[in-house]
Design a protein around this ligand. Structure first.
Ligand SMILES: NC(=O)C1=CN([C@@H]2O[C@H](COP(=O)(O)OP(=O)(O)OC[C@H]3O[C@@H](n4cnc5c(N)ncnc54)[C@H](OP(=O)(O)O)[C@@H]3O)[C@@H](O)[C@H]2O)C=CC1
Ligand SMILES: CCCCCC(=O)O
Length: 487
């Protein structure tokens, strides 16, 4: 009988061995795995949605719209395009290699570790698992222990569906994750908080393992005086309060241009009531709850410690059910407690600026966020802000849409993450593009100059044409050279 640590080591070794035996290599094998996964999720979607309702009071339709629909799209994209994604890319541009036919071979990394969080437990597990399998890797998956019902339901489905030689689950929390991180992986894919992302990056560095980090950050949403205020209010309310704000790309804080601040807040209050009803309570069917007592208390503490004004709390926090209502805090300064760590909940601090010139400096006070949202109908204003800020993604006049598509890469920058996935970007994230050249015997003549003895006459033939400075002139080589020849 294995000890828990021995069991983890055994699972790791099993997927390493099966990778080296080439079991996950064939496209047919990969497609069979993905096809089985697709129908297993479909056949168990009711059980999965029920489980997440128990963990997060997550409205079942929100699980469909924000998780399962993208999972189906991811698997379908992989099944539809895998032959093309995995085919060699021919390389050109160097006449010296004409005879060696260089290609990029789409090679799997090998045995990969995938670690996922609790807030979108199906999407944030199944999307990287899909990409890893599509790219021909073998996988050990460590789900969260915090969303216990959805983790149990998901792991039952995965273990009943995927080949145990190439896919293993290690359930547990930080202790199990730490034991897994001690082992040598060919790739690690981590989704979670920035602090834990640092731990993962340090562990990966010990083995020089390539790592993808899907982390968090304080994503700003800016509303300017040119915005369509009712539409902005509705889209921001949806993006902020979906999953009770427990979304890595949720707007974290709101920046309003002063001339429209008051009017926008009225529209925003109306939008919240339109989405969640005039009387939002713990039993409202369309609103999720906070995942744990610890994190519910964190929201409560943040509200008690802020120096801002609670201008709207649309409902009464309930410790027993972990219901925490949309809470708008105005008059927040940059050093307020709400402007510290990522809020990851339904509290929205509101700051105002006299004009848009102040926005970049305000945003740059924080690490690069996962997302930046701008509501404006002025293209110059849009480009100015985009040019002077950095973020994992930037969305103009909407929220969250970048996280739900197989056509758009999803990832951070700086402390909000490294790497990206979804769709072909996910296949590429789990693929090493291996250059392969097939040298021809016929190339021997062209290559004879490289062999010793490297006589002076050989070196003369080898001397590369040294290009004049004008070749690199800003006006381009032709004009540059013409200028040189004819002054
Ligand atoms: N970029 C993205 O795609 C996303 C980013 N996030 C970010 O994730 C955070 C919220 O998720 P949350 O689950 O709380 O994040 P955590 O970083 O706490 O946990 C992420 C995963 O790491 C595990 N873990 C926790 N502590 C350690 C540790 N010390 N060493 C190794 N592994 C550990 C967790 O296990 P366990 O859960 O069992 O404790 C979980 O499986 C937010 O910051 C959010 O922004 C969330 C969703 C998507
Ligand atoms: C709508 C897509 C959500 C992606 C996961 C997150 O942002 O936490």
């Amino acid at each position: 009988m294995y000890t828990p640590l021995e069991e983890i080591q055994h699972k790791h070794q099993r997927v390493v061995d099966s990778f080296h035996k080439g079991k996950a290599q064939s496209l047919d094998y990969r497609k069979d795995q993905l096809r089985n996964l697709y129908f297993a999720i479909k056949d168990n979607q009711g059980k999965l949605k029920e489980a997440l309702f128990k963990d997060l009071h997550r409205p079942p339709h929100e699980t469909d719209v924000l998780e399962l629909f993208l999972v189906y799209s991811e698997i379908n994209a992989a099944l539809s395009h895998l032959s093309k994604w995995s085919s060699d890319t021919k390389l050109s541009g160097d006449k010296r290699l004409l005879l060696s036919g260089p290609v990029l071979r789409k090679s799997p990394y090998g045995a990969v570790l995938i670690v996922s969080p609790w807030n979108y437990p199906y999407l944030l597990s199944l999307a990287p698992i899909c990409s890893a399998i599509a790219a021909g890797n073998t996988v050990v998956f460590k789900p969260t222990e915090i969303a216990e019902h959805s983790t149990k339901a998901l792991c039952e489905v995965l273990e009943a569906t995927l080949d145990p030689d190439t896919f293993q689950v290690v359930q547990g929390g930080p202790e199990q994750a730490t034991a897994l991180l001690e082992l040598k992986w060919d790739k690690i894919f981590f989704t979670g908080s920035t602090p834990v992302g640092r731990i993962v990056a340090q562990a990966a560095a010990k083995h020089l393992t390539p790592v993808t980090l899907e982390l968090g950050g304080k994503s700003p949403v800016i509303v300017t005086k040119t915005a369509n205020l009712p539409l902005a209010a509705k889209r921001i309310a949806w993006g902020k309060f979906t999953n009770a704000g427990q979304t890595c790309i949720a707007p974290d804080y709101l920046v309003l241009e002063k001339p429209i601040a008051e009017k926008f807040l009225v529209e925003f209050s109306n939008a919240i009531k339109a989405l969640y009803g005039a009387d939002l309570t713990k039993d409202s069917p369309d609103y999720a709850h906070i995942v744990s007592a610890r994190l519910w208390e964190r929201q409560q503490r943040l509200v008690s410690e802020t120096k801002g004004t609670i201008s709207l709390q649309h409902g009464t926090p309930d410790a027993e059910s972990l219901f925490f209502p949309p809470t708008i805090v105005t008059g927040v300064s940059s050093d307020d407690v709400l402007m510290g760590d990522e809020l990851f909940g339904p509290i929205l601090p509101v700051m105002t600026i006299d004009n848009m010139k102040e926005a970049p400096k305000l945003i740059q006070k924080h690490d690069y966020p996962l997302a930046l949202y701008l509501f404006s109908t002025d293209s110059t204003e849009q480009e100015n802000l985009l040019r002077n800020t950095r973020s994992g993604a930037a969305i103009v006049n909407d929220t969250l849409i970048q996280g739900g598509s197989s056509a758009v890469p999803f990832g951070g920058v700086g402390t909000s993450g490294t790497g990206r996935y979804h769709g072909k970007f996910g296949f590429d994230e789990f693929t090493h593009e291996r250059p392969i050249l097939y040298q021809s015997e016929l190339a021997e003549m062209a290559m004879s100059l490289r062999y010793p003895p490297l006589t002076e006459s050989k070196m003369k033939k080898l001397r590369f044409v040294s290009l004049p400075r004008e070749w690199f002139s800003r006006t381009g080589p032709v004009r540059g050279l013409a200028g040189r020849l004819w002054g």
